[in-house]
Write a protein that binds this ligand. Structure first.
Ligand code: UDX
Length: 485
């Protein structure tokens, strides 16, 4: 039997043949478990309801009876959250592995037989050592093997990522018992993943690989976003650059979409964690290198809200602005570290009236994240609740607005009736397309003032205005003029 222990958020192994393996997800929260046992699952993930419906009650179960399920399990996955520490040593960077340790203590206390314990959570390298030591203190003579098996699925594509993963990574202690435990887990995945895609390594390589994979992905986004700023200054177009650069097989074309910055529960946290690890081992230059990915991401988010304000005649005070999309990416309702939150924060501080429409985001989640991440709430900023309205659809959000901004790339935004939206808006009607999602030529034909990412169209227009400081110019030409003088 296989059991999945999760005190917060469940990621489920779904496609295992029912006759072979029984999976039980356990959580402390009765509310979460009730939701998993209902038709209204606690997270939005395309394809997930169908799979849960098919497996639930057959070989997939959800329960709060943690002790019973631990006792019965052969393999236990620890899938708890490991948030960035908010206080104490390493605050703001180190991952808090408190929940992992609590799980290990619980398993040691309750177990009556030997087990394999799998770290599924993203953890700092050498966390498995702490888990192993806690488990060893069980005083019952029980043997636990600790494996690392990081999760690489992305939200919004979780089901295809689980069904057809690029790779499965399993790290274990390199002795006979450790290798045997790793092989047992390999045989679980081998039910649906080709063996050559299941990589086995030592524990530390596995733990660190997860951080490195996320750091590399985030670095690509920050790299292309840094070039979008350069495009805006020079006349190059970021979409054309992405296409041209991505055609190089060594670089590849994925994760080259310029955006208003990356969000989500993983990238920021994992890079901070990597930075902290480098610092801990005295690798100052490495820490600074990776920290720059975060610096660039913050710059990109800030740049976007500043451009909105400057384009709208340097003031948004009292103006209604529609925000289309609040989730950190499409096909999820997740708002953790969402770049939209930072844009909304900046605009609220400029005293704009914000109307948010997102097909999946709940207002309460918006506020929870805002309070947690940018420390803004009605208590700290009286009037915040009234300044941010959540709209039932894009048309209501945009009616009478001076501008709308596309901050999440939801497909449905492409097919809106933009003539209807334009007719309902104040003029000039601005569009800030943070995802370069819409048909800009069509929008301009309707009459919108369109501002997109990573092109110098704005600057080109200014270029025609005599004396404008933001004119496009070549730095070399400028030098030449100086020389002649
Ligand atoms: C990420 C990793 O992709 C996944 O492997 C890991 O298991 C968890 O972290 P996730 O956070 O779900 O997954 O989303 P991802 O698709 O990686 O996007 C993260 C952020 O980067 C989003 O805000 C997205 O909009 C942004 N992004 C991504 C860009 O801005 N441009 C891109 O080209 C790609």
């Amino acid at each position: 039997m296989l059991y999945l222990l999760s005190l917060t958020f469940a990621r489920v192994i779904l496609s295992i043949p029912p006759q072979k393996i029984r999976v039980c997800v356990v959580d402390l929260s009765q509310k979460q478990i009730d939701a998993w046992n209902s038709a209204d699952l606690p997270i939005y993930e395309p394809g997930l309801p169908a799979v849960v419906e098919e497996c639930r009650g057959r070989n997939l179960f959800f329960s709060t009876d943690i002790d019973t399920e631990i006792k019965a399990a052969d393999i236990i996955f620890i899938s708890v959250n490991t948030p960035t520490k908010t206080m104490g040593i390493g605050a703001g960077r180190a991952a808090n592995i408190k929940n992992c340790e609590l799980c290990a203590r619980k398993i040691a206390q309750v177990s009556e037989s030997d087990k394999i314990i799998v770290e599924k959570s993203t953890v700092p390298v050498r966390t498995a050592e702490a888990v192993r030591r806690v488990l060893e203190c069980n005083e019952k003579g029980l043997k636990f093997q600790v494996l690392s098996n990081p999760e690489f699925l992305a939200e919004g594509t979780a089901i295809p990522d689980l069904m057809k993963p690029d790779r499965v990574l399993i790290g274990g202690v390199q002795d006979e018992a450790g290798l045997a435990a790793a092989e047992k887990l390999v045989s679980v995945y081998a039910n649906w993943v080709p063996r050559e895609q299941i990589i086995t390594t030592n524990l530390w390589s596995s733990e660190l690989s997860k951080l490195v994979a996320n750091a590399f992905l985030a670095q690509r986004v920050s790299s292309i976003n840094s070039i979008s700023a350069l495009c805006e200054a020079t006349g190059a177009d970021i979409s054309e650059i992405s296409r041209a650069v991505g055609k190089d097989a060594r670089i590849g074309n994925r994760f080259l979409n310029s955006s208003i910055g990356f969000g989500g529960s993983c990238f920021q946290k994992d890079i901070l964690n990597l930075v902290y690890l480098c610092e801990t081992y005295g690798l100052k230059e490495c820490a600074e290198y990776w920290n720059q990915v975060i610096v660039m991401n913050d710059y990109q988010k800030k740049r976007f809200s500043e451009k909105m304000v400057s384009n709208m005649f340097n003031t948004v005070t009292g103006k209604k602005i529609a925000i289309l999309g609040y989730a950190f990416k499409k096909d999820t309702g997740d708002v953790r570290e969402t770049p939209s939150m930072f844009v909304v924060r900046d605009l609220v501080l400029e005293q704009a009236r914000i109307h948010v429409y997102d097909p999946q985001v709940k207002r309460e989640d918006m506020w929870t994240e805002m309070e947690y991440t940018v420390q803004m709430s009605e208590a700290t900023h009286p009037g915040l609740d009234a300044a941010v309205t959540t709209s039932p659809d894009a048309y209501t959000a945009c009616a009478d607005a001076h501008a709308f901004a596309v901050l999440t790339e939801w497909d449905e935004f492409k097919n809106l009736d933009f003539q209807r939206i334009y007719d309902s808006m104040a003029k000039p009607a601005f569009v800030f397309d943070g995802r370069n999602l819409l048909d800009h030529a069509k929008l301009r034909k309707i009459g919108f003032e369109v501002k997109k990412r990573g092109t110098s169209e704005d600057s080109k227009r200014k270029d025609t205005t005599a004396g404008d400081e933001n004119q496009l110019r070549s730095p070399f030409l400028f030098d030449a003029v100086v020389d002649i003088e």
